[in-house]
Design a protein around this ligand. Sequence first.
Ligand SMILES: [Zn+2]
Length: 184
Amino acid sequence: MILMKDITRDGNPVLRKVAQPLTFPLSDHYRQLADEMMEYLINSQDPKIAKKHQLRAGVGLAAPQVGESVQMASLLVPNEKNEIIFKETFVNPEILSESVRQACLSEGEGCLSVDKIIDGYVPRPDKLKIHYYTVDGEEKTIRLKDYPAIVASHEIEHLRGHLFYDRINKQDPFKLDEDTVVIY
Ligand SMILES: [Zn+2]
């Protein structure tokens, strides 16, 4: 089981590398990795289990965050009622198109690999069209909007060696374009 001690932290070069694409069928090693990444997210969102194992709650986890420089990321996105609205493990995800309009979370973003709180809006496309493979090698093209799109963007950027704070305006961290959607 993945614990916080297994999560790579900012400063580890693996987080700044471009992750390698995977080939199908996935080896048992990578299938297991996918299971374990999703398991971490499920456990981390369960207050009892999270407390027991001291897991920081997460809605997404990318393979480089557990030291594997491959293009795989798990997402488990709840709504405000804690109902899961998006659950998937992306393999070799690619953003086919994105909206010009940006969105950001009112509280900024955090990351399991970044221990300190970094204030500022993190503008990202409000809508994304994503092509990816499931763990079983099934090809999918989906459209995401608002919060799930933000989580997907955050995770896919991990596979490109980017961290969320790269997107914060350095001069004015709370500056936004007029039409940016702020998600509460
Ligand atoms: Zn992250």
